[in-house]
Ligand binder design. Structure first.
Ligand code: NAP
Length: 224
């Protein structure tokens, strides 16, 4: 598969790139003109563009089989950033996919997307705008999957001991997960046609705490 990953300079994005390369996919890593490039992008084709540059975005997506959207507003004093990135930035990417005939899209969103009364919304109503981005994707006619992780963790050392807890939309309200596992779930979703048109919530826990739904396939079977 030729895979495009936007937000590839981010801490989830570069891991999606790495996991995809490890699976033998060809990867086009989309970053901003001024993004710092993490080492994890080695082996990917790097494309620098502004999400508002529709022509550049379409050129970057042309010929790709799927897009993983791992963009997200970085914490800042700009309270409009979540609206710009998590809603309008997603909408730009959807429109570019439609324009070039790229049908398969996986969006990294967030647990509690759509919640109003939550402290995370102190940063520019981020959960509200994330849900708007999701809704635009749901209504796009594209083959979409939304992956909603809990709080993201950087640790890599405990990943092997972690079991992903999968759930449908609005089934989980708390918990966390290493970004490495989020990246793997994005790839897992791409390989599972039954995930098309689904919202998948993920957190993880140590082995001992057996999750109710231990695999994506098991979750998807309950939804179909
Ligand atoms: N932090 C959490 O606990 C948490 C929990 C659940 C969900 N999420 C969501 O999960 C996703 C990944 O999170 P993360 O912490 O791994 O990401 P991150 O490291 O903050 O990276 C964000 C990515 O988005 C890009 N970006 C930011 N503003 C942009 C803009 N205006 N135009 C284009 N690209 C832009 C960044 O580019 P630059 O490198 O150039 O800045 C970077 O590549 C995000 O959508 C985040 O909201 C986060």
């Amino acid at each position: 598969m030729r895979l495009a990953v936007s937000g590839a300079s981010g801490k989830t994005g570069w891991r999606v790139v790495q996991e995809a390369l490890a699976q033998g996919h060809t990867v086009r890593a989309i970053v901003r003109p001024g993004s710092a490039v993490p080492e994890g992008l080695a082996g990917a084709e790097l494309v620098r563009l502004d999400l508002g540059d529709r022509g550049a975005l379409e050129t970057a997506l042309r010929g790709c089989d799927a897009l993983v959207i791992a963009t997200g507003a970085r914490p800042s004093v700009d309270l409009a950033a979540p609206l710009k990135v998590d809603a309008f930035g997603v909408r730009s990417q959807i429109a570019a996919c439609q324009a070039v005939g790229l049908r398969r899209v996986v969006l990294v969103s967030s647990l509690l997307a759509g919640a109003w009364l939550h402290p995370l919304n102190l940063f520019g109503l981020i959960l509200v705008w994330k849900r708007l981005g999701e809704r635009w994707l749901e209504q796009s006619g594209l083959d979409w999957t939304v992956v909603r992780p809990g709080g993201l963790r950087e640790q890599e050392d405990d990943v092997a001991a972690q079991v992903v807890r999968y759930g449908p939309a609005d089934s989980q309200r708390e918990g966390s997960i290493p970004r490495r596992l989020v990246a793997r779930v994005c790839l897992e979703a791409l390989a599972a046609p039954a995930s098309i048109g689904r919202i998948v919530e993920i957190t993880s826990a140590a082995d001992a705490e057996t999750p109710a739904t231990p695999t994506l396939a098991a979750l998807l079977a309950t939804l179909s």
